[in-house]
Structures are given as C-alpha cells and as structure tokens.
Design a protein around this ligand. Structure first.
Ligand code: SF4
Length: 224
C-alpha cells in the first residue's frame, strides 16, 4: 500500500493521523492522543488496551463514530513498531486502507443517494431529506470528524483520511432531520451528558445544532 500513513510506518517516520501523533524509536512506536499535556497517562502496552481506551470520550460517553474528534485526551501508548498498523486500525478502522486506496486511485466512493437507497427499515427515511437539509446534516456531523467526506465531493489531501460513503450516524441524523422538516420539535438546551448519537433525545448536542441550522434554512422537498 502506498498511502502516506503506510509509507511513514514503513520508513519509521513520525506523522500525524486524525487526532493522534505517531513517532518511532528503538524498534518501538508511540501513539499520543490529543491534549497530551506535560504528563500524559501511559496506557497498557497492548493494542486491545488502546482499542478499549478510545471507545469512550472524556465524558465517558461511548464513541459510535470512530472518526469523531472526541478522542479522550492526555494519553500515550508505546508498542513494538511492528504493531503500528494495528494500533492505527484500533483508533481509525480502515482509515489507512482508504488513504492508500485513494492514493492508488482505487477507492470506491458512493454518493449519498446510493448509500441511502441501500438502507432498509428505519434508515431508509434518510434518503427523504432534501438536499439543503442533507448539506446541513453533513456540516454538523462531518464537520467534527477526522475523516474527509470525499463521497460529498470534498477533496482530501494525501495526509487526510478520505471517507468513501455516508456512515451510519450520518444516515441516522438525516433520518431524524427528515422527520424534523415535516414537524420541527422545539429546541432544548444542549446537554453534554446525552449520548453522542442519541439524535432523538432533546439536548443531544448534534441534534440541537442541526435543529438550529434547519430553522434558518429553507426546506426544499426535491431530493438532490
Ligand atoms: S460520513 Fe462524515 S461523519 Fe461519517 S465517517 Fe464520513 S466524514 Fe465522518
């Protein structure tokens, strides 16, 4: 593979990836999370410990979106250098592969309409959201994600993590927004204790942000 992250790992060269910094030395790799401060906590030296640690944000909320810029802060982990790829995968699944595929021109990118049309059950309603509402939903969720939504036409640099298709949380947010277009619920004060993807729950931070944006944007029922 020839993505920037894979090249850096092969060369033992330091690089940044999403919210983490990666450095090499003496046959080992060290990953440092955001806001390391002067004395970051050292995690147990296993990929599984890293995987467990990044599952929850600083408030203890489960992270259903691996790319969300909500990684817990103040930590680092040192592993044998041969585990660098597995460590990246634990934090950002498929990201190095997608980056390499984008560099090779083989990344398969699916437009929103195609992804929405594949959905079954409740998620199918995501495709009913008008284009303006979808753009606002994307800005709300993808704007806080370490991946770049190339499926929406954004261009990703060689160092970026390209996102080839709309993820589950975005489809869920679009599904809710389609309902809100028909019957806007009243706003509620943002509550950082509400789970990240509980978009049906008043106070969910993303819900309240998007509701405000939708209230300022005209509805267009035509699908784009
Ligand atoms: S669709 Fe947006 S929020 Fe979801 S993974 Fe891709 S870039 Fe991130």
């Amino acid at each position: 593979m020839n993505g920037r992250a894979c090249e850096a790992i092969a060369a033992g060269r330091a690089f940044s990836f999403g919210e983490i910094d990666v450095a090499f030395g003496e046959g080992r790799v060290t990953l440092t999370g955001p806001r390391p401060g002067r004395a970051p906590r050292t995690l147990d030296a296993t990929v599984e410990a890293l995987r467990r640690h990044v599952r929850f944000d600083d408030r203890g909320r489960y992270r259903p979106l691996s790319g969300a810029r909500t990684l817990p802060g103040g930590w680092r982990i040192t592993l044998p250098a041969r585990l660098a790829g597995a460590a990246l995968e634990a934090v950002y699944p498929l990201a190095a592969l997608h980056q390499a595929q984008a560099a090779a021109g083989t990344l398969r990118v699916a437009p929103f309409a195609e992804t929405a049309a594949r959905q079954r059950g409740r998620y199918r309603a995501a495709g009913e959201l008008d284009a303006a509402g979808r753009d606002l939903a994307r800005a709300t969720l993808c704007g806080g994600c370490a991946r770049t939504p190339v499926w929406a036409g954004e261009s990703a640099s060689a160092e970026a993590i390209p996102c080839p298709e709309a993820c589950g949380p975005l489809l869920a947010l679009c599904r809710e927004a389609a309902r809100w277009r028909a019957e806007p619920p009243p706003p509620a004060p943002p509550d950082g204790g509400v789970p990240f993807a509980a978009f049906e729950t008043p106070g969910n931070e993303l819900r309240e942000t998007l509701l405000l944006s939708l209230s300022r944007a005209p509805s267009a029922m035509a699908r784009g």
